[in-house]
Every structure is written in structure tokens, then in C-alpha cells.
Design a protein around this ligand. Structure first.
Ligand code: AMP
Length: 477
């Protein structure tokens, strides 16, 4: 697993990644970011939940920032649906929070006012246009759009676009673009008609396939919608209501882990914590005791989850929703497969609902939702199409402020660098295959952690002190 620092991305992009809380690149990101940075065309087979959006947005942002200053459209992203277009644009807002890159989502169904706003953005030049085919063609047909400056075309969910009958629309859109460009195509499946489309619009592409294995059928998966304040009592309830031999609880914060350890100990449960404040030998000793069944419950931070190499446990609890689908599948897969008695429990707070929805899309079915015990109060409803803003993190009614606003359409400045450096190179097409989960120890004690700390120190400059708030994607309405 690579850290994002290894890709040598522009500092503003790295700041955005850091603020989004991403630590490690997912397999699709690790394989495709270098290809996109090189300027080559790409066809990638990857489903929602693999981190494909960041896989194409991050290197694209880098390429825009590395250009000499200009004010024309650089990248066109075509999405089959309005929802996906909005989701992509929201992700872009987060990643580009520290970058002077402008974007607009162009999709149908809006008011005349939104059509005029889109028209203006298309005419005056916006770095990135995220569009649905029909609405984009409506603008193109009116004759005022000049796409001659476009350097990159990205087709997201290409198979879905063909399913929805957009083949002719895509070809019409492509006819408005310069022939000399980079084209990236992402598709969840690779049927022959997708390969035909690729042959028509891609030039000598690299190919990447991400094989996602789904959780084994015997594993009982259950998810609870909870407010943050209900998580700990719910965990206590679950742990006390069953006689479980071995349990690992993963949480995204060290503070949660420490808190859980303290509270579960108070209940007389056999528990130990693993987090980055502990020395390596202390962590190893805890794992040894757990393997020997001398400790029944381990509570650990997400950051260390891939470094914990234990299979066949009775229950995995995701105290917070894992970062991506591959992580989810990997964790769930640790439960006792052979005896078919494994359980995987996930707590979903309102702000993580959309992410869990993406995981369900990836595994191809809805995970059963558990009922909150009555004495713990009412649970939030499950609304996977929509996540509460980050401010809900503190629990019911808590607020830390929403998504940062206001940097759209700022002027861009950049360093000089020739584009399409490697375009047209006579490299043979290569196919990259990957499994999603590749357990590797991570965390502050690893080289990546040390590198990150060094970078942070280097980049700390006056005016940066307030860059604490994570630019979280806005909810899709
Ligand atoms: P996607 O496949 O692009 O829909 O992404 C699925 C989810 O994974 C989104 O909620 C992303 O924010 C999240 N995600 C993508 N890349 C990473 C990463 N490197 N680390 C943690 N989360 C990620």
C-alpha cells in the first residue's frame, strides 16, 4: 500500500488529501495515479467503493496545478447520473480545498437560473466540468461552448452510461473534443461493448483491474444506525449479550479506543487496546495474548487495522464505518469463516451513511440493519443517499461546522510544466491486476508516518494554522 506522498503530488493536493483524512492509497489509486500523472490513457475496471473517484481526481488536480496559468476548460468528467455528478463535484470541492481550481456540475433537472450559471461557467472557462451527457449536449447544441482547450476526458461508470443508452451522446460529445487529449475510462464491468467504446475513444491505454472479493456467505453481517452517543452503550450491550470468544473492535480515533478500553474494563470484560501511543513490543504482546485467547477483546485504531494479522475471530465490530469497501471486505473476512459463525457488526452514524451505502453497492447487496435496543433510545433512520454534514460527528445535535465553502472559481497559479509529457510514447499496453486488500502495518511508527510528520513540519508556514477543519463532502440532496 502506498502513501500519497509517494506520488509526488502538488502540495495543495496533498493538503486536501490530508484534510480528507486519507492515510493510504487504495489499490485502484495506487495503480492508476502514476498512469494518469504520466499522461497516458487508461481503462480501469473498478466499482464504487474502491476509491475510484479520488483515483482520477487527485492526479487530474495535480496536472491542472502544474500547468502555466490560463483560464480555459481543462478537464471534462462525464457521469451517467445527476447524483454521481454531484458526488464527484462534492469530492472535488474537498480535494481542491487548498488549490486554486474551479469546477462546476452541469446536470439536468435544474432551473433556468442553473442553466444560465452553467452557460456562464462553460463560456468563461472553468477548470473542471462534471456533466451528465444530456445536459451537456443541450449546451453544446447551442453553439457557445468551446472545448478546444480540453486536455483530459474522464468517463465515470461507463458501463452504466451504455446501459442507459448514452452511446450516441458520448460519441457526439467526444466529437467536440480535441483529438490530442488524455482519456480515462472507469467502469464497474468490462463487457465487449465497453471494450469497443474504449477502442474508439482511447489511445493505446493502460489497463487496470481491481478484483473485489465479496464477504463469504457464512459471515453474518449486521449494521446499526446510531448517533455517536449511542455507540458505546450499544457496543456494551452487544458484547454482554453474547458469549463471544474473540472480538476485534476498530475505531477511527485513538481517543475512542482509549475510552472504549476504559469503559469495557469497568464492565469486567477482558479487553486490551492497540493504538499508536503504544510501543511496538507492547502491541505485539497484546496480540500474542489475544491469539492465545488470554484476552477476549481487542480495541484498535483503523490506522493499525491492516497490520493486525489475525484471522478466525468470532466478531469484528466496525465502531466507525471503514474508509472504503476494500477495507470493509478485508475486515469482515477475518471472522470465523470455516465454522460459519463469524459476525461482522458495523455502526453507522448519520455522517457515514453515504459511505456505507457505497460499500453496500460494492458488495452488491444491502447489509441487514439491526434494531437499536429500546433502552438506548431512538436510532437515526438509514439514508444512504445522503450523509449528515461532519458537524454531526459529536452525536445527536452536535456541531463542528459543515463543509468549507468559498474557494470555488478562484484564480489559479501554477508552475510551468509541459503537458502530455509521455503522450504518444510507443509503450505497449500493460494490464495491472490487484486484489483490494493487502495487509500492511501502518501508523505513526512506520516510514510513511515519519514522512508525513516531516512533511507537515516543512509545510507549516504562517497562515496555515487554521487548516484544521476537514473539508468533508457536502451531502447530496
Ligand atoms: P468511491 O469508490 O470513489 O465512491 O469511494 C468510496 C469511499 O471511499 C468514499 O467515501 C471515499 O471518500 C473513500 N475513500 C476513497 N479513497 C480513500 C482513501 N485512500 N482512504 C480512505 N477513504 C477513501
Amino acid at each position: 500500500m502506498a502513501t500519497f506522498y509517494e506520488f509526488d503530488l502538488n502540495d495543495a493536493v496533498l493538503d486536501g488529501i490530508e484534510a480528507m483524512g486519507y492515510e493510504q492509497a487504495t489499490p485502484i489509486q495506487e495503480l492508476t495515479i502514476p498512469i494518469t500523472l504520466s499522461g497516458r490513457d487508461l481503462i480501469a475496471c473498478a466499482q464504487t467503493g474502491t476509491g475510484k473517484t479520488a483515483a482520477y481526481l487527485l492526479p487530474t488536480l495535480h496536472r491542472i496545478l502544474e500547468q502555466p496559468q490560463h483560464s480555459k476548460i481543462h478537464t471534462l468528467i462525464v457521469s451517467p447520473t445527476r447524483e454521481l455528478a454531484l458526488q464527484i463535484d462534492n469530492a472535488l470541492t474537498g480535494f481542491a480545498y487548498f488549490a486554486n481550481v474551479s469546477s462546476i456540475a452541469v446536470y439536468g433537472g435544474g432551473s433556468g437560473e442553473s442553466f444560465d450559471r452553467e452557460k456562464k461557467a462553460l463560456q468563461t472557462g472553468t477548470d473542471i466540468i462534471v456533466a451528465t451527457p444530456g445536459r451537456l449536449l443541450a449546451h453544446l447544441n447551442l453553439g457557445y461552448v468551446d472545448f478546444s482547450s480540453i486536455k483530459t476526458l474522464i468517463l465515470d461508470e461507463a458501463d452504466r452510461m451504455l446501459d442507459m443508452g448514452f452511446y450516441d451522446d458520448i460519441m457526439r460529445i467526444v466529437s467536440h473534443l480535441p483529438k490530442e487529449r488524455q482519456t480515462l475510462m472507469f467502469s464497474a464491468t468490462m463487457p465487449p461493448r465497453i471494450r469497443q467504446l474504449a477502442a474508439q475513444i482511447l489511445h493505446n491505454p493502460e489497463q487496470v483491474n481491481i478484483a473485489i472479493s465479496k464477504p463469504a456467505e457464512g459471515i453474518k453481517q449486521i449494521a446499526y444506525c446510531t448517533y455517536n452517543t449511542q455507540k458505546l452503550p450499544l457496543l456494551e450491550h452487544i458484547l454482554q449479550s453474547q458469549d463471544l470468544l474473540s472480538v476485534i473492535v476498530f475505531s477511527s480515533t485513538k481517543q475512542n479506543v482509549k475510552n472504549m478500553e476504559r469503559e469495557l474494563k469497568k464492565l469486567g470484560l477482558s479487553v486490551a487496546a492497540i493504538h499508536s501511543d503504544l510501543e511496538q513490543n507492547e502491541r505485539e504482546e497484546t496480540l500474542r495474548l489475544f491469539r492465545n485467547r488470554e484476552i477476549r477483546i481487542i480495541v484498535a485504531t483503523d490506522v493499525l487495522s491492516r497490520g493486525i494479522d489475525i484471522e478466525n475471530i468470532s466478531m469484528v465490530v466496525n465502531y466507525d464505518v471503514p474508509g472504503d469497501g476494500a477495507d470493509y471486505v478485508h475486515r469482515v473476512g477475518r471472522t470465523a469463516r470455516a465454522e460459519s459463525t463469524g459476525q461482522a457488526v458495523t455502526f453507522i452514524n448519520p455522517e457515514d451513511m453515504r459511505r456505507f451505502g457505497a460499500i453496500e453497492q460494492l458488495i452488491g447487496y444491502e447489509v441487514e440493519k439491526g434494531t437499536m435496543p429500546e433502552e438506548l433510545g431512538e436510532a437515526p433512520p438509514y439514508t444512504p443517499g445522503k450523509s449528515a454534514p461532519r458537524g454531526d460527528r459529536g452525536g445527536k445535535g452536535g456541531s463542528r461546522g459543515g463543509k468549507p465553502q468559498g474557494n470555488r472559481n478562484r484564480n489559479r497559479d501554477g508552475k510551468n510544466r509541459s503537458e502530455h509529457k509521455n503522450r504518444g510514447e510507443a509503450k505497449p499496453p500493460r494490464t495491472h491486476e490487484a486484489q483490494p486488500a493487502n495487509p500492511q502495518p501502518q501508523g505513526e511508527n512506520t516510514q510513511a508516518g515519519a514522512e508525513k510528520k516531516k512533511r507537515k513540519k516543512r509545510r507549516r508556514k504562517p497562515g496555515n494554522e487554521n487548516r484544521q477543519a476537514a473539508p468533508s463532502p457536502a451531502p447530496v440532496s
